[in-house]
Design a binder for this molecule. Structure first.
Ligand code: ADP
Ligand code: MG
Length: 256
């Protein structure tokens, strides 16, 4: 383990739901400061890959390393499970997820939503967490919404609250699953701006997105997933400017 180890490294990951093999040997690496975007048709396995990385889903084969530390497993194949709950918690809390549907708690204020996990899961000091939560809500442009409830916010504001909540965990990396897909086009840009700011600050991120312009603008590396395999990957300029595979060419045409 060393400081030069990737924040997250996935090697040869295989994942099935019953007889359906959804991931067929996928490799993804994100070093500190990398922004890796994942693109691909619906059903290609993008969400599954993020959920496996975050250990919300089990996988049957392959390795997941966090800062050079391999996740330890027990059992094999369909019986394979993470061996150490403490390690799972450490990895999961360091890879904060932002979901398409925001997943804010409706009965809590925005401030309570952002404070909840750092206080209850990580056991951090409440007053310190409150200061950090207000700072992150201000950073994403909704510092005035602390006492509002999610239903009182627009979709773009709710998603920015969800990003503040992820940041308040002080994670090593952020994982985004189609963060702008549920938003009207004019609200989408508020969220894109926040993600661009985070990229500029050097945040490590893996972003599943249908927004090719954002993927082009923020990414250090882009991965095109097709039916559970990486069909093509590279820098955004090469992947979007000179795609080699016909499938990627077809996919990019279908998105414009
Ligand atoms: P994407 O995010 O790229 O649209 P997903 O990772 O959601 O793709 O899904 C990949 C494949 O796995 C799809 O065929 C989907 O139907 C299947 N799948 C996803 N989640 C489940 C699940 N919980 N149970 C069974 N099949 C699933
Ligand atoms: Mg998905």
């Amino acid at each position: 383990m060393s400081d030069t180890s990737p924040v997250i490294e996935i090697r040869n990951l295989h994942k099935s739901y019953g007889d359906l093999e959804v991931l067929k040997g996928v490799d993804i690496t994100a070093h500190r400061g990398d922004v890796v975007s994942m693109i691909g048709s619906s059903g290609s396995g993008k969400s599954t890959l993020l959920r496996c990385a975050n250990l919300l889903e089990d996988s049957q084969q392959g390795d997941i390393l966090f800062k050079g530390e391999p996740l330890r497993w027990k059992g094999e194949g369909l019986h394979r499970r993470p061996a150490d709950p403490k390690q799972v918690l450490r990895i999961r809390t360091n890879l904060s997820m932002v979901f398409q549907q925001f997943n804010l708690w409706a009965h809590m204020t925005i401030l309570q939503n952002v404070m909840e996990a750092p206080v209850t899961v990580l056991g951090r000091d409440r007053a310190e967490v409150e200061g950090a939560a207000r700072k992150y809500l201000t950073k994403v442009g909704i510092g005035d919404k602390c006492d509002a409830y999610p239903a009182q916010l627009s979709g773009g504001q709710q998603q920015r609250a969800a990003i503040a909540r992820a940041l308040c965990m002080e994670p090593e990396a952020l994982l985004f699953d189609e963060p702008t897909s549920a938003l009207d086009p004019e609200l989408e840009q508020e969220v894109v701006k926040v993600i661009k700011d985070l990229a500029r600050e050097g945040r490590t991120m893996i972003i599943v997105t249908h927004d090719m312009k954002m993927a082009h603008d923020v990414s250090s590396h882009v991965v095109f997933l097709h039916q559970g395999r990486i069909e093509e990957e590279g820098t955004p300029d090469v992947l979007f400017g000179a795609p080699k595979s016909e499938r990627l060419q077809g996919f990019l045409k279908s998105t414009t």
